[in-house]
Design a protein around this ligand. Structure first.
Ligand code: GAP
Length: 439
């Protein structure tokens, strides 16, 4: 069996509190997952890292946070009402439902072995609901299938208030919903997920240049999370794969146990979205160029990533099983940038002032990093738990600490232990993290 099988990763995620099945006590809801205490920390770190990379560290990108519910005309204008669907077929014998492009219709159903298909039908992927208490007379609303439209409809508001000149970007992070026909592979394809999207507004002649630029920037971001370079690639879309709004696109892909699959799309959306909103709202979506004294509709290069897919990539990539002195060790070799806990602190025994000393060290570490205090079970068991949680460093307070005020600092990956003064723990962590995450 592939050690990095999705089953092993699902099992570790549950055992350590990264991910739980949604509504588990009621038998679970298919393809819907909840982030537990470690999962939520790591997810936040990934999002914060993205926000810093895309917004806080740049002059020419600003952030926003639009509502999930939007005017239904937005989705008419964007083309999602008429174009955002997948072809679906049902097996007439056992009622199994598939995406028509994911099955061979010349062969029998893989579930029941009978070949009796319905004709392919188009199935819109948007979740529909209604606004107000009376369903019949209520106005239709959709749960947004992408966060991007919240950016496009605010283009003019943001451009004028932030006084940005082209080229500039607007970034947003948030939930998106798609009524996918087939889901699966754990967090990879779900009906509720989070996106990290950035729309970069440029002169229409410049999209090619910016498509190249953002494809490389985004690929480098995944590398900076510690993801193995040889498992990442940029793949240009063929003409038959392009979304209805896009004229060129690169996918960033990762080699999962189930094959190379998309993490992020970088797309040339041209002036499609602003043209559509111009036409449907009757409000001009233009840019006034002070240098040429002319007005035009800006084109857009989009970088659209899934938070949950980035999370799954980091988990899969970090998952390692190795043999240590004849015993199996499972360890998540997560970058310290995204590890839920940076450093665990263990008193060797529950007496002689060691727990109090360890608590004081935890307090110091927490001024800068995340820390976890653990005095349950043998020290070996405590190390193993933290290895599985992906905690890069461990500090042990022992008998010698109470004599000479030194502690041991353990490295998760090499398991090497060095003795350092207790008062220099935070500095040592800072140095080690810096050298491990230079990129
Ligand atoms: N605004 C463009 C857009 O939404 P997309 O390729 O449909 O483009 C962008 O989605 C990213 O969102 C994908 O690369 C993926 O990471 C994530 N994503 C899309 N559908 C998803 C799903 N059903 N479950 C989890 N993530 C999904």
């Amino acid at each position: 069996m592939n050690l990095k099988s999705i089953e092993n990763i699902v099992s570790l995620s549950k055992r350590r509190g990264f991910i739980f099945q949604s509504s588990e006590i009621y038998g679970g809801l298919g393809s819907t997952w909840d982030y537990g205490p470690l999962g939520v920390e790591m997810k936040r770190k990934i999002k914060n890292h993205w926000w810093h990379e895309m917004v806080t560290s740049r002059d020419n990108i600003v952030g926003m946070d639009a509502a999930i519910l939007m005017h239904p005309n937005v989705w008419e204008a964007s083309g999602h009402v008429s174009n955002f669907h997948d072809p679906m077929v049902d097996c007439k014998n056992c009622n199994a439902r598939y995406r028509a492009d994911h099955v061979n219709l010349d062969k029998p159903c893989t579930r029941c072995g009978i070949k009796d298909w319905t004709e392919p039908r188009q199935f819109n992927l948007m979740f529909k609901t209604s606004i107000g208490p009376v369903v019949d007379s209520g106005e239709i609303a959709y749960l947004r299938p992408e966060t991007a439209q919240g950016i496009f409809v605010n283009y003019a508001n943001v451009q004028t208030t932030s006084r940005q000149k082209l080229p500039f970007g607007i970034a947003q992070l948030g939930k998106a919903f798609r009524n996918e026909i087939t889901t699966g592979n754990f967090l990879f394809r779900t009906r509720e997920f989070e996106q990290m999207e950035m729309e970069f507004f440029v002169h229409p002649d410049d999209t090619g240049k910016w498509l190249e630029y953002w494809s490389n920037e985004r690929l480098n971001w995944f590398k900076s999370l510690g993801v193995s370079e040889d498992k990442l690639r940029l793949r240009p879309h063929g003409d038959d794969e392009l979304a209805h709004y896009s004229s060129a696109c690169y996918d960033i892909e990762y080699e999962f146990p189930f094959g190379w699959s998309e993490l992020e799309g970088i797309a040339d959306r041209g002036t499609f979205d602003l043209d559509q909103h111009n036409e449907h709202s009757g409000k001009k979506q233009q840019y006034f160029d002070p240098q040429t004294n002319s007005r035009y509709v800006p084109a857009v290069v989009e970088a659209s990533a899934g938070v949950d897919r980035a999370f799954l990539t980091c988990l899969v990539d970090a998952y390692t099983e190795e043999e240590v002195r004849g015993e199996k060790r499972t360890v998540l070799k997560l970058s310290p940038k995204i590890a839920p806990i940076t450093c665990a602190v263990f008193p060797l025994v529950k007496k002689d002032g060691q727990p109090e000393k360890a608590q004081k060290i935890v307090k110091d570490i927490r001024k800068e990093f995340s820390a976890f205090f653990d005095m349950g079970g043998s020290i070996g068991k405590r190390y193993r738990r933290q290895d599985e949680a992906g905690t890069p460093f461990g500090i042990t307070v022992d008998h010698d600490t109470m004599e000479d005020d030194t502690v041991t600092l353990r490295n998760r990956d090499t398991m090497e232990q060095i003795r350092i003064p207790a008062e220099s723990v935070v500095r040592a962590l800072r140095d080690k993290i810096e050298s491990l995450t230079e990129r």
